[in-house]
Design a protein around this ligand. Structure first.
Ligand code: FPP
Length: 243
């Protein structure tokens, strides 16, 4: 298991029954709001509360990594007003929540393209990453302007550039590619969750989910009621390292 921090795991939990890295496609904010007659923005705000409940749950369970999909490379196609809202929302969330994450010893990392993110949001991202860089209890990775295929194409491009310049590895193998992903220290995903009745991967962490268990729930992201995966048969666990 790559990066479990033993400090994080409550003593009464069997480490094998707890995933190390959980990734979540947080879906259904807009539909949740629509069903209540609220504007979509309210759904995103409620999604933030649910996300931070999940961070607390992750800390209780002793996760090492929690990775969430905040904005995909395809999300730029949404109406301009919603894209603007989401970018400003991410910025204000960082301003409001970074210190809380730091107090909880959670390191925040962003994965995805940075060149299309508005400068004022990028600066908050850099500040939040710097503030929490030394926090070791859990890593919250936020995928923003992220696409799995884009990540792989960029990894291969950067590896090829290194090789051209004579600085590359002698072999192009899995390990060499993994070293060029957005977060080279990110362990494989053990459990991928998608909310709100969608049964797709949507270009999320394509490399890292190779061995992940998948859990799809009809519950929309903002719903605070806890959801449970089917009970795990005794003696089975998350293998870590791929199986
Ligand atoms: C999906 O709802 C959710 C999003 C597009 C974004 C959620 C983002 C957050 C909660 C903020 C995370 C940011 C940080 C910095 C931690 P949807 O609009 O796709 O809902 P729908 O499918 O019902 O339309």
């Amino acid at each position: 298991m790559p990066s479990r921090n033993p400090r994080a795991l409550p003593p009464d939990l069997d480490p094998k029954a707890v995933p190390d890295h959980v990734a979540i496609v947080m879906d259904g904010n807009g539909r949740w709001a629509g069903a209540k007659g609220l504007p979509r923005n309210k759904g995103h705000e409620a999604g933030e509360a649910a996300l931070f409940d999940t961070v607390e749950g992750g800390l209780d369970a002793g996760l090492s990594w929690l990775t969430v999909y905040a904005f995909s490379t395809e999300n730029w196609r949404r109406p301009a007003a919603e894209v603007r809202f989401l970018m400003n929302f991410n910025e204000s969330l960082l301003v409001r929540r970074s210190h809380e994450l730091h107090e909880r010893e959670v390191r925040i990392r962003f994965i995805g393209r940075r060149d299309r993110i508005p400068g004022h949001v990028r600066r908050r991202i850099e500040e939040a990453e710097a503030l929490t860089a030394g926090d070791t209890r859990m890593t919250l990775a936020v995928a923003l302007d992220y696409g799995g295929r884009d990540e792989l194409a960029r990894a291969v491009q950067s590896l090829a550039a290194q090789i051209r310049e004579g600085r590359g590895p002698r072999r192009i193998d899995e390990r060499a590619i993994a070293r060029h992903l957005y977060a080279a220290d990110m362990p494989d995903v053990d459990l991928l969750i998608r909310t709100s009745n969608e049964f797709r991967i949507s270009n999320f962490l394509l490399w890292q989910i190779a061995y992940a268990e998948l859990h799809f729930t009809p519950v929309p992201e903002p719903t605070r009621e806890p959801t449970r995966a089917a009970p795990r048969p005794a003696g089975t666990g998350f293998p870590g390292g791929g199986a």
